[in-house]
Design a protein around this ligand. Structure first.
Ligand code: SAH
Length: 388
């Protein structure tokens, strides 16, 4: 088969097992259909592995295998390795929802798979992975025998790949909602209409932290989505947990999650509101504020504006929180790294005139592994701050 040949001196990233090939690194491109897998060779003729290619994408190729192995076999093995990483780390009686495949984090560019009880939710971001979908489904359904497989490929980024957004049932019974348990706490997950694949599994370990630190506190959970942090705070003994989100549907789900957990109606107030405006209200009495905004920087060029946004909400939270209090603050923008985020938090504390000490640092939960060869897979960082 005709191979893609990289320019001399442009093979280092691939040799270092980074998954992305940019068009500037390519010397020869043979005839191919977008989404096809092709061998990748160095200028000297070494076979480096296989990648799928798409002329429409800003990332020309994405490696699916390194070395001489047949790419389909290697993809199958990567999925099996991803499942093995999670296999013994969860007790399904206590936690039955997890990320099974974390894209490049598991060596599988363009693919995210989440398990919610006995329902699999698949998210395919690229044409190359779309063509591998039958293989992916074969491995997954063989391993799990799921009640249903649902696709949530409603990603605007698919347009760049020449793909339509796609949502719907791929196999099994019709599903809308799934009841999961996470560390013994039940939640409703709206797999068909919720955000992303339905639940922010990457915050599992931070939810445990909130449960641990919330006792006796009045908690304000901003960017609450389906109220998971609020529920955990109350289960951890919070006096009250109020939830704020801009989406009425998210707040509706949060209320249902309170009911599911038998939490009294006076255990928290729900606000459908813009967090930037909400935090300007002077009459807050919370001594634990959680800030978990969406990614403000989706591109590198957004970083300056994103930092302004992060600084604003953090400054407001530091001004509003009753001291001594806690602020748990996150950024899930890959382009804002931990060092930069800490600088932003520093500026926010300084402008608020508050003493702030980091008592813990956080990252995405362990079923969202960071591929050491592909550091772009690190995106979520958080600080628990003690404010006095
Ligand atoms: N903390 C949540 C996940 C938050 S995702 C969890 O653990 O499940 C980010 C949320 O912010 C989304 O629910 C989105 O609807 C909401 N959002 C985005 N911009 C907002 C804004 N300006 N004001 C209020 N909510 C916003």
């Amino acid at each position: 088969m005709n191979a893609v040949v990289l320019k001399a001196g442009k093979d280092k990233a691939v040799r270092n097992r980074h998954h992305w090939i940019f068009s500037g690194a390519i010397r020869d491109l043979p005839e191919f259909d977008d989404g096809d897998i092709l061998p990748v060779r160095s200028a000297g003729g070494d076979l480096l592995g296989h990648a799928y290619f798409n002329r429409k994408s800003s990332i020309a190729g994405r490696m699916v295998s390194f070395g001489a192995g047949a790419p389909q076999d290697e993809v199958r093995r990567s999925i099996e390795r991803a499942l093995a990483l999670r296999a013994r780390l969860f007790d399904p009686a206590v936690t039955n929802a997890r990320r099974l495949v974390n894209a490049e984090g598991d060596g599988l560019p363009g693919l995210v798979v989440d398990l919610y009880d006995d329902v699999l939710v698949l998210q395919v971001a690229t044409l190359g992975m779309e063509k591998l979908k039958p293989l992916v489904l074969d491995v997954l359904t063989g391993a799990f025998r799921p009640r249903a497989v649902f696709e949530r490929s409603d990603l605007p980024a698919r347009r760049e790949e020449g793909l339509e957004e796609a949502t719907g049932l791929l196999s099994g019974d019709r599903v809308d909602r799934v009841r999961i348990v996470e560390e013994g706490i039940p939640f409703w997950v709206d797999v068909s209409g919720g955000q992303k694949t339905g639940f922010y599994l990457d915050q599992r370990e931070s939810r445990r932290l909130v449960r641990r630190f919330a006792s006796g506190r009045r908690v304000l959970n901003t960017f609450s989505y389906s109220g998971a942090f609020s529920v955990c705070a109350l289960r951890g003994g919070a006096v009250r947990a109020d939830s704020v989100d801009g989406s009425a549907a998210a707040i509706g789900l949060a209320q249902e999650n309170f009911e599911l957990n038998g939490l009294a109606s006076d255990s928290g107030v729900f606000f459908t509101a813009d967090v930037f405006e909400f935090l300007r209200a002077p009459a807050l009495d919370h001594d634990f504020i959680i800030l978990d905004p969406p990614a403000f920087a989706k591109r590198k060029t957004d970083v300056v504006a994103a930092c302004r946004g992060y600084k604003d909400i953090n400054r407001l939270a530091f001004q509003r929180v009753r001291a001594p209090g806690l602020v748990l603050t996150f950024s899930c923008s890959h382009f804002v790294d931990e060092h930069l985020f800490q600088q932003v938090v520093f500026q926010a504390a300084q402008e608020a005139g508050r003493r702030a000490r980091i008592v813990q640092k956080h990252r995405q939960a362990f079923d969202h592994p960071v591929n050491i060869y592909h550091p772009e897979t690190a995106y979520l960082k958080g600080f628990l701050l003690y404010i006095d």
